[in-house]
Structure formats: C-alpha cells, structure tokens
Design a protein around this ligand. Sequence first.
Ligand code: NOJ
Length: 558
Amino acid sequence: MNSSNDVSLDDCNEANWWRQAAVYQIYPRSFADANGDGLGDIKGITSRVPYLKSLSIDAVWLSPFYPSSLADGGYDVDDYRNVDPKLGTLADFDEMATALHAAGIKLVVDIVPNHSSDRHEWFKEALASPKGSAARERYIFRDGLGENGDLPPSDWDSKFGGPAWERITEPDGTPGQWYLHIFAKEQPDFNWDNPEVRDDFLKTLRFWSDRGVDGFRIDVAHALMKDLSEPLPSKTELPVEGTGVDGLVDGSHPFWDRDEVHEIYADWRKVFNEYTPPRAAVAEAWVHADRRARYASPQGLGQAFNFDLLQADFDAAQFRTIITKNLAEAAASGASSTWVFSNHDVIRHATRYGLPAGGGRHGQEWLLDGGSPAAVDAELGLRRARAASLLMFALPGSAYLYQGEELGLQEVGDIVDSERQDPAFFRNPGIEVGRDGCRVPLPWTAEGSAFGFGAGRAHLPQPEWFAGYAVDAQNNVPGSTLELYREALLYRRHLLTEEQLTWVRADDAVLHFVRPNGWQSVTNFGSGLVELPVGIVLISSGPLDGGKLPANTTAWIV
Ligand code: NOJ
C-alpha cells in the first residue's frame, strides 16, 4: 500500500520547514542551569547550542519559560509576554534566539491559552472586582449551588484530580463565586467568548513572532471553547471517550473539542501568515483521531500531534496501523504527520518499553493492570526505544524528540514524596506519582555537581545511575545512544524525500518500508533473526548478527 501526500520535496521550502522537521523539546527548568540555582535557565540553553547543533535537529520547542509560580511546571503562566526572572530576561531570550538561528535551528515556543495562572494580573483583578464585572468576564465565574452557594456549580473533576471549581473569597471577605479550572486550581480557565481574551492572545502571538520565534506549540488546543449553558450536566452524564482522548466524535462535549474552537485558530492563522515565512504551529489536542485533521488544517494551526505511537505497545501490527492511518489523515488535511514517543507528560519510552504489556506506574510502584508487581527491564526498554526512534526518523512527517531521549535516559521511578512537584501527585495522594520522573534535570557529565547540570543541587533529585547516561560518557563512543541519534539525524537530513512511504513487508514480526528515494527502514519486532534487503546498511539501532537483523532492532538500507 502506498501512503502518500501530494506535497513534493520542492515544496519543502522555507515556508514548509516544519513539514519534516526533527524538533527537540526542551523542558527549560531541567535542561541546563547556568546560574547554579538548581533550576535550568535560558542562558543554560544558550550555552548548549553547540550540543543542539551536534544533534542535527531542525528546531527546538521550549516548554513554558514565562513568569510562573510553577504550580504546574510553568503551564501556569503569570505573564505571557515575559521571561520568568528565575530563568532569565527577555534579553537572554533574544540572545538565545540569535544563537539558535545562527546554528540553523528554528525556535518554537509553547502557548498556554486555555488557562492562565492565578497570579496573572487579570485573575488578580477578577478577584478584586465584584461579581458580574468586566474583570470577572475574562474567566469563568459562576455562583455556587445550594442555599448559600456553597456547592460547586457542577460536580466536575479537574484533569489532575479533585474538583474543577474553586470558591473564592469576595473583596468584602464573604465566601463568594466559584471559578472553573480544568487543570489545577492555580490554573483558572479563560473565557474565550470574551473578545478581550482573543485580542490579547493575538498580541502575544505577534509579540513572540516579532522576536523571531518561528512556531508555536499550542497547549490543550482542544479545550478553549465551552458550552456552559445551565443546568450544567453532572459528571455522570458527561460523555467519556477512550484512553487518552478527550471529547466526542460529534463535538458535543461541553468543554473538549468543540467545533467553535476552530474560529479561534482561523484568526491565529491570519496572524501567522503576516510573517515571512509564516509562523508554524502544532496543536496538542487529545481528540478522537477522526477530528484531529481540523486542528491540522492549513486554515488552522497547520499541524497536530498524534500521540498514537506513544500510546502503542512495541508491536508491529499496532505500529503499522497507526502509521498508515496517520499518513492518510495528514495527506487529507494538507498537514504533515507528527510522531512522538516521549515528552514531559509521559513515562520515558526507554522505560515504557521495558515494562511488560499492561505495566504502568501506580503510586510508588510499577504494577501490572491487575495489581501485581511489574519489573522494568531497562536494557530491553532501551533496545526497543532505540529501534523505535530509528524507525520514527525514517517516517514521512515531523519527529518530535524529548530532551534526554538521545541519551537513552530512563524514567526516575523512585523520587521521594517530599521532593515531588507535579500537581497530579498532590491532587491524587497515594494514587498517582505524577510526571516528575521524566523531568529530572539532564546529566551532562558523569561526575561533578548535579552531573554537570549546574553548580547547585538540581531542583529534582538525580539518581546515581544518571552517571552512566551522561553526555560526556557517550560523546564519541561508538554505539552509544547519543551517537546513534546524532548519526541518524544527520543521515535523515540528507535523505529526506517526498512525504511518502511504501510498505515492503508488514507482518507481526517485521515492518519494512521504503521512501521514494530508495531509503529503506526495517524493524524486527519479533524474536528471530531477519534477513536484510540487498544494499548498504547505513545505520542500525544495535549490532547486526552475522549480517542479519536481531530482535528489537532497526536498520536503514540504501
Ligand atoms: C498539557 C501539558 O503538556 C501539561 O504538561 C500541562 O500540565 C497541561 N497541558 C495543562 O497546561
């Protein structure tokens, strides 16, 4: 079968740089700490531009670096048009952008439009203003139910657990209205029916575009519009979708994936197109696959994450179905596909693939679905992660990488409760440990303070075994994960071709495809050895065995 997109490589000019870009996600607090306060910062990123360049990535995406109390790792923004003083200044940002651009690397920043932080000027003003005021209209305030209004307007749960409504104290000291927060209580949801909110975000997009930002990653892009007509349905009446999917195929959920949200992105697109090249955008939208294309349309954000591979087992049939489907979807929407295995919200894929099927994190333990203990086989996990990543780099579309995966870094499973930071942990005591395990600061050196992350103690504890994954332990070491990524991404840059793929073999054991220029990728998902096609083996994710491809390994052949 031939999955194709009509866009030819000639179209991949400057305006289309994002279509098949390798994008490296930086979680700024945990990347590199230049001032030694234990928190990664902008100058730290600038100091590592040569490292980023050595990876042959096309762009970096920065998770939020805006002023924030870090109630949700920066996804609680106090001021959308500034840099957190803990991380640097706007001048530092400009210096970083210049250094990245000089190294041929584009810059994508995160925009968090569904909610601000509770320290945002607008929210403070809303709290200080009376019920019904224009200041309250920028957020979603409602009277409580019950005689004294002391029951929340609905029984909805927030994404991080606990109620989705928080009661405020009115300026006169009396218990007052409630505001909606789909995430933590420090993240009040904006009212996107309010033109003031819309205008302010257009201003923010122009602010960063004017500073040379090349693209935007849009946080929970599918949540902005809400139908809060009363009576609000009870949570038992709210439609529930499958794993990791918010919303419904018909767009009728009161706050996830409503059709009206695309009017917002049509306005944003006009702003993106004011620039040369047009600014790019990618939607984080955990929606039903059939509705993803709406976010990715050229009249909207242009591209949308698909998290399908990230949610799949290391399984040939699942991979094949997902790849075929997503390429077809991307072709139909005019976007290119996206691929991702790891990010700051999920267990690192080198660990995930080392768990037996159905294994996951439950409280402080790795458990199987049924509750019995699950052991992580880190070596198997890494071998599969390397094979999966090499396969991903050969696929048509954009590959999104998460800092540390190029080191083969494992999830840190055993952070003590007193060190945890994720609101998902605090709102689900004893049930969820949250996402801190993939956010531990990177090890740059096997020795030295904070493994070279910075002079101070890292803000999340780094385990002793990080030494073995350090950049300097892998630099120039043949076969290391770092060198595998470097080599693969460099080859990828030279091999990129039309956004097409033809399956040569796709069964339970092997996925073998070829791109229009003859670039072949073969992955062995089975247990025996696999014969490779005739040609030159450019690179493989692990050693070959007598010229054959061992289990859990990918090779590229030209
Ligand atoms: C998605 C982000 O990736 C996640 O880290 C954050 O907690 C939520 N959106 C809320 O902003």
